[in-house]
Design a binder for this molecule. Sequence first.
Ligand code: NAG
Ligand code: NAG
Ligand code: NAG
Length: 384
Amino acid sequence: MQRALTVLAVACLLAGTAVSKRPKWHQLEGYTFERYVADFGRQYSSTEEYLQRQTIFYTKLKSMQAHNADGTKTWKRGVNMFTDMTPEEWKAYNKAYKSPNRAPPSSVHVAADQANGVPFPLEVDYRTWTSPRVLTDVKHQGSCGSCWAHSATESFESYYALSTGMLPVLSVQQLTSCTPYGTAGCDGGDAVLAFMYINSTFYGQTEEWAYPYSDFFYPERNPNATTSVCKNVTDLFPNKTPYNWFADLNRIGCNGYGAVTPNSATSTKSALATIGPLSISVAAGNWQDYESGVLQNTAANGQTNEWSIDHDVQMVGYGHDAVLGLDYWIVRNSWSTLWGEQGFIRLDRPAVEPCSPDGTTCGTSGCLNGPHYPFVKENPPQPF
Ligand SMILES: *[C@@H]1O[C@H](CO)[C@@H](O)[C@H](O)[C@H]1NC(C)=O
Ligand SMILES: *[C@@H]1O[C@H](CO)[C@@H](O)[C@H](O)[C@H]1NC(C)=O
Ligand SMILES: *[C@@H]1O[C@H](CO)[C@@H](O)[C@H](O)[C@H]1NC(C)=O
């Protein structure tokens, strides 16, 4: 997501206390651009750019501090690796769209208020699952618009874990580089097209270690291509007898996909409670400096809201915040653990879900507009 990123040393552990140099929302009093540049390892091409970034930074900082001081706000905004970007620059990296090339789903999940009279659990949180674990660690897509490939990969991982108890880390790069049907790699795509791609192959999705993520610095790496060339994994290991080690790889296949009734909080809640985590599309235009709390649609306060769907993520549960007195959806993002609540965001889940003026997109950030999930199957080991 960011332009010139320098990886900094991780905070050191001293006597069991983790100390991060990066300030939280309540530590922004007196925070300066000079410190931001150091804390976030920023590098600019010229003095002119430095001054432009400085202006952006202080404008944002002021608006964040005003937001955080407003007791009616239910979430906090903070500085992060996106703080020196213009909204336009940042939005250019949110690249999900709903493709007209989608095959129809194999099934559509509909739910009554309660399943056969049994109420849904009050809370579902796949982050807490341990046997089996169903979520891999939060990833970082970098400056590549591969959110859709991350979302699809997270779904394949979760459903494979739910059906086999094993949680391999799967290759996001394979989906980013190899999905056809008009996807454009780092220039955007649709998680459903990635389901269709895996569905169409005999080899399935391979693991991250065999086909690692390499598009982090797109587009700096190759301004002429939307993603790196789709690789035959066999070719990455020349002069090796494929079956000797391919037998050790998990191969995750797909046999159709399921959809959840769009814009239905009840169906989404019951799908989370009875099926599993969901790949969802959202309008993430106001997520840039989310740090913690329950994000509310500004439309609920009578202001203009952001309804244009531009990002794919994974919904991993729902719950209730007793302090704020708000129900929420739990959503996993692919902007690293530096962003939000360890890489996650909670979205307001009011009794009556907000909808766009044309009624096509509902839920905070439009999160209910189209949840879906793959039907995974285990493929036999074979070369790819
Ligand atoms: C990108 O395209 C331009 C114009 O066609 C060309 O000059 C340049 O060498 C290309 N760069 C790469 C990395 O392929
Ligand atoms: C998935 O593959 C099966 C078996 O080849 C096929 O019948 C089905 O239409 C495919 N579904 C999608 C969504 O591509
Ligand atoms: C990759 O290469 C191997 C060995 O040459 C071949 O058997 C396999 O079909 C290739 N995979 C694809 C997807 O083309």
